[in-house]
Design a protein around this ligand. Structure first.
Ligand SMILES: Cc1cc2nc3c(=O)[nH]c(=O)nc-3n(C[C@H](O)[C@H](O)[C@H](O)COP(=O)(O)O)c2cc1C
Length: 288
C-alpha cells in the first residue's frame, strides 16, 4: 500500500492544471495529422493526439479537436468536419514529427498548413480532403457523428469517423504485414515531450495463454510476497499453463546452493530474465 498519493477532486482544480495532469498521465498518445477542407474547398491540416481506433469492423477512429483553454475558440478542423463531414487521418512517424509540430501553429482560417509545413498534398480516392504524401499510413474517413462534450474552454468534440480507404507506404510492409519495427511511430507525452517507438523502446510480451495461465494467486506465498521479484516477473510465471510436477521441482532443487530468500528469489529472477520460465517456476515451487 503506497501512502504517498495525492488524491484530487477534478472540480477543485483549475482547467490548465487538470489538463496537465490528464495529458501527462494519459500518454503516450498516437498522433493523427488531420486533413480537412472548408465549404469553399480551402485545405487545413492539424495534429490531434486525442485520437485512437475504437473498432475494426466497422473501422472507426475518433479524434477530438477541443475548444481552446485560453479563449474558448473552436478549431478549424472541427468547423470543417462539421461543414463537410470528411477527414483524412495521416499517421505520424519520426521522419515527419517536426513538420507535424509546425502544422499545429494557429494560422488564420484559410491558410493551408500543407504549404506551411512543407507536406505534399496527394488527392484522395473517395473524399475531397487530400492526404499527406509523406505519411506512412493515411486513412480516408467519413464522419459518422460529432459529440460536443461541453461549451467551456477545454471541452472536447468527439468526431467519430469511419475509414473508407487505407493508404500504406509499402516501404513499411514486411511479408505482407505492416511492420511495427519499421514504422518508427511517435507519441505525444505531457507538455512538449514526445516518445519514439523504435529500437530498445520496443519490446514484446507473449500474449496471455488462451488455455489460461495459473495466475499469480497460485504461486507459493513466499514468492508472491517477494520483495526481490517484480510484478512483471510474477506475471510471467502466472502465465504458465500448469503448476510444475513434483519431478520437475525435484530436478531443479540442486540449483539451490544457498537458502536465503534473497538468493533464491534472485536466482528465479535470473532464469526469468533468460526466458527460462519453466525452470524459474519449478524453483518457485521449491518454496511451498
Ligand atoms: C502533437 C500535437 C497534438 C495535439 N493534439 C490536440 C488535440 O488532441 N486536440 C486539440 O484540440 N488540439 C491538439 N493540438 C493542438 C492543435 O493541433 C492546434 O490547436 C491547431 O492549431 C489546430 O488547428 P486548426 O484550428 O487548424 O484545426 C495538438 C498539437 C500537437 C503538436
Amino acid at each position: 500500500m503506497n501512502d504517498n498519493i495525492l488524491s484530487l477532486d477534478p472540480k477543485s482544480l483549475s482547467q490548465p492544471d487538470l489538463h496537465n495532469y490528464l495529458l501527462t498521465s494519459i500518454a503516450p498518445r498516437p498522433i493523427a495529422l488531420a486533413s480537412t477542407i472548408d465549404s469553399n474547398g480551402n485545405v487545413n491540416l492539424s495534429p490531434f493526439s486525442f485520437f485512437n481506433v475504437f473498432s475494426s469492423n466497422p473501422p472507426i477512429l475518433i479524434i477530438s479537436p477541443a475548444r481552446s483553454g485560453r479563449d474558448n475558440t473552436t478549431k478549424h478542423t472541427y468547423q470543417n468536419v462539421k461543414d463537410v463531414g470528411e477527414v483524412v487521418i495521416n499517421i505520424v512517424n519520426y521522419p515527419i514529427v517536426e513538420q507535424m509540430s509546425l502544422s499545429s501553429t494557429a494560422y488564420a482560417k484559410g491558410v493551408n498548413e500543407f504549404d506551411k509545413a512543407g507536406f505534399t498534398q496527394v488527392k484522395s480516392i473517395h473524399i475531397s480532403p487530400p492526404r499527406v504524401g509523406e505519411s506512412p499510413v493515411s486513412l480516408e474517413c467519413r464522419v459518422r457523428s460529432i459529440d460536443e462534450l461541453g461549451s467551456q474552454g477545454g471541452a472536447g468534440n468527439l468526431i467519430i469517423c469511419e475509414v473508407v480507404m487505407v493508404h500504406i507506404n509499402q516501404e513499411y510492409i514486411t511479408h505482407g504485414k505492416l511492420d511495427t519495427t519499421k514504422l518508427d511511430l511517435v507519441g505525444r507525452m505531457g507538455e512538449s515531450w514526445y516518445v519514439r517507438a523504435t529500437g530498445e523502446a520496443l519490446f514484446e510480451i507473449p500474449k496471455p495463454l488462451r488455455t489460461q495461465g495459473i495466475g499469480i494467486d497460485n504461486l507459493p506465498l513466499p514468492i508472491r510476497e517477494s520483495t526481490f521479484l517484480t510484478g512483471n516477473q510474477l506475471a510471467r510465471m502466472g502465465n504458465v499453463e500448469a503448476t510444475p510436477t513434483q519431478e520437475q521441482i525435484d530436478k531443479v532443487r540442486p540449483l539451490l546452493i544457498t537458502n536465503t530468500d534473497k538468493d533464491i528469489h534472485q536466482l528465479i529472477g535470473s532464469y526469468l530474465d533468460k526466458d527460462e520460465v519453466s525452470t524459474a517456476l519449478a524453483l518457485a515451487f521449491t518454496q511451498v
